[in-house]
Design a binder for this molecule. Structure first.
Ligand code: SGN
Ligand code: CA
Length: 543
């Protein structure tokens, strides 16, 4: 009996020490919304300097070939949380609600003893499961004086959304974090999402900047070869006659044609009427949620722009209007990123000052990439590089060597299994990604992925981007547009990184076409996607 008591005593002591010192790493997952890798200086400093976000790459790893499986907000978040492609987790578009019977990695981490918290944009139409605390924006959220949904009810907070999300996050770290537990923190920015409203402190600086025009700003969406080199066996007569990519040409996200002067470029309705311009969203006012002070600061920055536009517009042609809208777009879009970068810096500083940085894995990513005028576009959705790829920077002191650039193909699909492995939790067998651990820790030989799969669904829908699926290898990308068209595109990524020439019908590429088609079929089988599921989601959309 005495012996039993001693053993029990030891056991309790052991448990207690374990409870006090759970050495598993913390995970800080930072994600912004629509942040193009072209607008992070660790990738390219042509547009903006982001010294704080860059710190993550300097102290860790920069991924140059990270992509998403479905380039749109809520579906990307569903893929991240479940580790499953859209066709299996069911969240194929922004419209349907997330099915909360899905198992998510935060639920598993919480069960395994992690403290979990989420702040910012989720965009699911329902609340997240598996979090000890959350404060999330309803839907897309607002830039100024935003509303929040919390475990304890709804609230409106005065200020600028990016700053507020950081304040909420740091408040949690400071006041409610349990020191004996490791934590998962999801810190999710709304910025730089449309309609690109910068913070008051950045308005004047950014509205005076100008930016280099992207090479493909005036893309006419001609993609297909015609004439001598065409493979006449496969090419239909329509293709012979159609030099365009139908999907690219019909997408409604061209800066000149579809970006609006009122909503996107912040020209007021009176001015537009005076100039004889009529367009959608004319009644929109950026003032809607602002207080007096905010309105005054806003107007001080934008009134000179409106005046200059009044002068210039009568002399503009299509080409100069395109260039003008592009500059306005970049000024506001990049202005919102400036605040994201400052706030990320604040959070990283907090972690350092509280010695939380050493045992914490920090990720910076976006829910997808974004077009910053490439192909004449804004928005995302398509499988072409700028929206298919997404920024990814990860630091993890003592595990990831600083300053490494990694070009292996990784996806948002991989986060769930990565975080579970970091926490020592076995991932459910039906998750479809791959833990990034071998890449993070330098065991690269264990990484054997040679293709990634993509599938976009939200059509018919906003921006008119056709349904499509495809695969990308490091060298080629094969895309099949379906539903109300049946078109294939193949890009030679090494020779044509801007994806301007569809070589699917090119005689010289017929072996590549066969190989890639085979690989696509194998990949669809591997991930359990099928024509039957395509049809199922077409039908469910009609309801
Ligand atoms: C809004 C935007 C779109 C954007 C979607 C999806 N229109 O609907 O331009 O593509 O969000 O973005 S707006 O008039 O409301 O600004 S996502 O990041 O949430 O997927
Ligand atoms: Ca987004």
């Amino acid at each position: 009996m005495k012996y039993l008591v001693v053993v029990l005593g030891f056991l309790m002591l052991a448990c207690k020490t374990h409870e006090e010192k759970d050495e598993r790493p913390n995970i800080v997952f930072i994600m912004s919304d629509d942040h193009a890798y072209q607008a992070i200086s660790a990738y390219s400093d042509k547009l903006i300097k982001t010294p704080n976000i860059d710190r993550i790459a300097l102290e860790g790893m920069l991924f140059t070939n990270a992509s998403v499986t479905n380039s749109i907000c809520a579906p990307s978040r569903a893929v991240i949380l479940t580790g499953k492609h859209s066709h299996l987790n069911g969240k194929i578009d922004n419209i349907s609600k997330f099915d909360t019977t899905n198992v998510t990695f935060p639920q598993l981490l919480k069960k395994a003893g992690y403290q979990t918290a989420m702040f910012g944009k989720l965009h699911f139409g329902n609340n997240p499961k598996g979090f000890d605390e959350f404060k999330i924006l309803p839907g897309q959220g607002s830039y100024y004086n935003p509303d929040f949904i919390t475990n304890k009810g709804d609230t409106t907070i005065t200020g600028y959304v990016t700053d507020i999300i950081t304040d909420l996050t740091i408040d949690w770290l400071e006041n409610r974090r349990k020191k004996e537990q490791p934590f998962l923190l999801m810190y999710l920015h709304k910025a730089p999402h449309r309609s690109w409203m910068p913070a008051e402190r950045h308005l004047k600086e950014f509205t005076q900047k100008s930016f280099p025009l992207p090479q493909t700003l005036y893309d006419d969406y001609k993609r297909n070869p015609t004439g001598a080199d065409i493979n006449t066996i496969d090419a239909t007569p329509e293709i012979n006659l159609n030099p365009y990519s139908t999907a690219a040409k019909q997408a409604e996200m061209n800066i000149r044609e579809h970006m609006t002067l009122a909503y996107d470029n912040k020209i007021d309705k009176e001015t537009l009427l005076e100039l004889g311009i009529s367009e959608p969203y004319m009644n929109y006012s950026p003032h809607a949620r602002m207080n007096e002070q905010q309105r005054r600061n806003w107007d001080e920055a934008y009134e000179p722009i409106i005046e200059a536009f009044k002068e210039a517009y009568p002399k503009m042609n299509d080409s100069s209007l395109m260039a003008w809208k592009y500059q306005r777009y970049m000024q506001d879009y990049l202005g919102t990123i400036k605040a994201v970068d400052e706030n990320v810096g604040e959070l990283l500083d907090y972690l350092e000052a509280h010695e939380l940085d050493k045992n914490t894995l920090v990720v910076y990513t976006s829910d997808q990439g974004f077009y910053l005028g490439e192909h004449g576009w804004f928005d995302k959705r398509l499988m072409y590089n700028e929206s298919f790829k997404t920024p990814l920077l990860i630091k993890w002191p003592n595990r990831i060597k600083p300053g490494i650039t990694e070009d292996e193909m990784v996806q948002n699909l991989d986060f769930a299994q990565t975080f579970l492995e970091v926490a020592g939790v076995v991932a459910p067998k039906d998750m479809q990604g791959k833990s990034l651990m071998p890449l993070l820790t330098g065991a690269k030989k264990e990484w054997d992925r040679d293709a990634v799969y993509y599938h976009y669904y939200e059509y018919p829908g906003e921006h008119n981007v056709k349904r499509h699926y495809g695969i990308a290898t490091k060298n080629y990308k094969l895309i099949h547009f379906y539903y109300d068209i049946d078109e294939w595109e193949l890009y030679d990524l090494k020779k044509d990184p801007q994806e301007m020439n569809n070589v699917y019908y090119d005689k010289a590429y017929q072996d590549v076409v066969s190989e890639m088609k085979l690989k696509l079929e194998e990949t669809r089988i591997k991930y359990k996607d099928s024509k039957k599921l395509d049809d199922f989601y077409i039908e469910s959309y009609k309801k």
